[in-house]
Write a protein that binds this ligand. Structure first.
Ligand SMILES: Nc1ncnc2c1ncn2[C@@H]1O[C@H](COP(=O)(O)OP(=O)(O)OP(=O)(O)O)[C@@H](O)[C@H]1O
Ligand SMILES: [Mg+2]
Length: 262
């Protein structure tokens, strides 16, 4: 009912394991993400959520196991090649250039789609000018998708924290991904900003982008996820619908006595 059957999943992990000096941050993890789904990955601090996103996006290599995306093995290809295949991610800590405008921040993130590259685009050849124009149009479209079109020419330092989180999302969207990997998009957001983020993610998903959502904010997780994977000490302790995982004794136990902002 939850994980897609083999062959159906857009993203699939099999026996995925990552060791750090004898500690298994992710341990023999197998799961699928169905095309079109919003799949949340939750768990206490240190459960292995960011490590999992790093493995899926190619920032680190697995110690064991396989990752398939669109049916093809991707665990041996570099991060930029995974972006080329339609994967994009955001980071738990903001990765924004303060002195650049919102538009420039998104364009820097888009250079992977451009043959000439962002910095080559600053040189004026006809081909690079066309690519810069295309990148600019795509970046503006991405800003519009997160509701920041009117902030396009504002320097990042003048954006609110909530707007910066949306800017990160726009940068990921600018590469036109099929799959979006989000690491705590609601961390530090106030209630109204959390609800705005929920609406933006839901809208992106409704337009066909599959989402893996790592998040502590249960208001966001429970309101938009179709399916939830719960990790503890790198292992799966539960998986299923929001209702089902909340009723799981192992999940309640993992969160008991924890100070997570549920
Ligand atoms: N580069 C690294 N070197 C050594 N240990 C690491 C490294 N990255 C993560 N770990 C360890 O792996 C475990 C999982 O960390 P990870 O950051 O994936 O957890 P998380 O679920 O994202 O936690 P949080 O909710 O706090 O963001 C932790 O014990 C962490 O200390
Ligand atoms: Mg993390």
């Amino acid at each position: 009912m939850n994980a897609a059957a083999p062959g159906e999943a857009l993203l699939e992990a099999r026996g995925l394991t990552r060791m750090f000096a004898g500690l298994a941050a992710v341990q023999e993890l197998s799961f699928g993400v169905a095309p079109g789904a919003i799949k949340a990955v939750i768990g206490p601090n240190g459960a292995g959520k960011t490590t999992l996103l790093n493995l899926l996006s190619g920032f680190i290599e697995p110690s064991a196991g396989e990752i398939r995306f669109g049916g093809a093995r991707i665990d041996a290809i570099p991060a930029h090649a995974r972006v080329g295949r339609g994967m994009a991610r955001t980071f738990q800590n903001l990765q924004v250039f303060g002195r650049m405008t919102a538009l420039e921040n998104v364009m820097v993130g888009r250079h992977v789609r451009s043959r000439a590259g962002y910095f080559a685009g600053l040189l004026s050849t006809p081909a690079s000018r066309r690519e810069t124009e295309a990148a600019r149009a795509a970046a503006l479209a991405a800003l519009a998708r997160v509701g920041l079109e009117r902030r396009a020419h504002t320097e990042a330092t003048d954006l609110s924290f909530g707007e910066l989180k949306l800017l990160e999302l726009a940068r990921a969207l600018a590469s036109e991904p099929r799959l979006l990997l989000l690491d705590e998009p609601a961390a530090g957001l106030a209630l109204a900003e959390t609800d705005r983020m929920a609406g933006v993610i839901r809208e992106i998903n409704a337009r066909g982008v599959t989402v893996v959502l790592v998040e502590h904010n249960m208001r966001l997780v429970m309101s938009i996820s179709h399916d939830i994977l719960v990790l503890n000490f790198g292992r799966r302790i539960a998986e299923g619908s929001p209702e089902a995982v909340q009723a799981e004794p192992a999940v309640i136990e993992a969160y008991l006595g924890r100070d997570d902002d549920a």
